[in-house]
Design a protein around this ligand. Structure first.
Ligand code: NI
Length: 219
C-alpha cells in the first residue's frame, strides 16, 4: 500500500510558495508600515534572481503591495516619520528587495522645487519593460546607493540617458512613458532589481570614476 507520494519538486514548490505568501501577507496587513527589517540586503539570494511577471489583470494583493511600497517611499522621505520608523530615504524600491521575486516596483521622485508638493514621478509599475533607450549615456556625479546595500560603493554607474518604458499601473492600465536624466536612472536601477542586477555591477572595478567623455555626468 502506498502511504504517501513524495514528489520533491512539488514539495519544494509548495514550501517556496508558502514562505513567499507569508511575506506578502505580512506586508499587506491593514495599517502596516514597511520598515528597514523587511528589506533584504546584499548577499541574499533573492536579490540575484530574475523576478517573475505578475499575471494580469493585477490582483488586489499585489496592488496593495504596490501601495505599501509607495507608502514606504513616502514615509522614508518625511523627516519625522523616517526618524520615528528609522527609515533610510529612498526614491525607489523593487519587490525582490522585500524578498518577493515578482516584477513590481515603486518610484517616488520629489520635485526639485521645494515649494511644490507635486512629485516629479510617483508611480507603482507592474511588469515594466524598457522598449527603447538612447545611445546617449549618463551617470550621477555622486554614484548610486541602494536600500539593500549598507555601504557606500563609489563609482559612476553608467546608464541610458533616455528610455521609453511600458508597464501596468495600479488601475490595470497599460502605460507608455518616456523618461530622461535622473528619473530614467532611478527607473533603470529598479528594473535592474527585477533582473537580479545590483547597481555596483555596472561600476568599472579597475577605475570606478573612469568614463568616456561622451557620457553626461549629472548632479
Ligand atoms: Ni536598489
Amino acid at each position: 500500500m502506498q502511504i504517501c507520494i513524495i514528489d520533491d519538486n512539488l514539495v519544494n514548490e509548495n514550501i517556496g510558495k508558502d514562505i513567499f505568501m507569508n511575506t506578502l501577507e505580512h506586508l499587506i496587513q491593514d495599517d502596516y508600515n514597511i520598515i528597514m527589517s523587511d528589506i533584504i540586503r546584499e548577499g541574499h539570494p533573492t536579490l540575484r534572481e530574475v523576478a517573475t511577471a505578475i499575471v494580469e489583470p493585477i490582483s488586489e494583493e499585489y496592488i496593495t503591495l504596490g501601495k505599501q511600497m509607495l507608502q514606504f517611499l513616502e514615509n522614508s522621505q518625511d523627516p519625522d516619520i523616517a526618524q520615528e520608523l528609522d527609515l533610510r530615504g529612498g526614491v525607489g524600491i523593487a519587490a525582490p528587495q522585500l524578498d518577493i521575486p515578482k516584477r513590481i516596483m515603486a518610484v517616488l521622485i520629489p520635485s526639485e522645487d521645494e515649494e511644490s508638493d507635486e512629485p516629479k514621478l510617483r508611480e507603482v509599475m507592474f511588469n515594466p519593460k524598457v522598449l527603447s533607450h538612447s545611445v546617449q549615456q549618463t551617470c550621477l556625479k555622486d554614484g548610486e546607493g541602494c536600500l539593500s546595500v549598507d555601504r557606500e560603493v563609489p563609482g559612476y554607474v553608467v546608464r541610458a540617458d533616455r528610455i521609453t518604458i511600458t508597464y501596468t499601473n495600479m488601475n490595470n492600465e497599460k502605460i507608455k512613458m518616456k523618461l530622461r536624466g535622473y528619473e530614467a536612472i532611478v527607473v533603470q536601477h529598479e528594473i535592474d532589481h527585477l533582473n537580479g542586477v545590483m547597481f555596483f555591477d555596472h561600476i568599472n572595478e579597475e577605475n570606478p570614476f573612469a568614463i568616456n567623455p561622451d557620457i553626461k555626468v549629472i548632479d
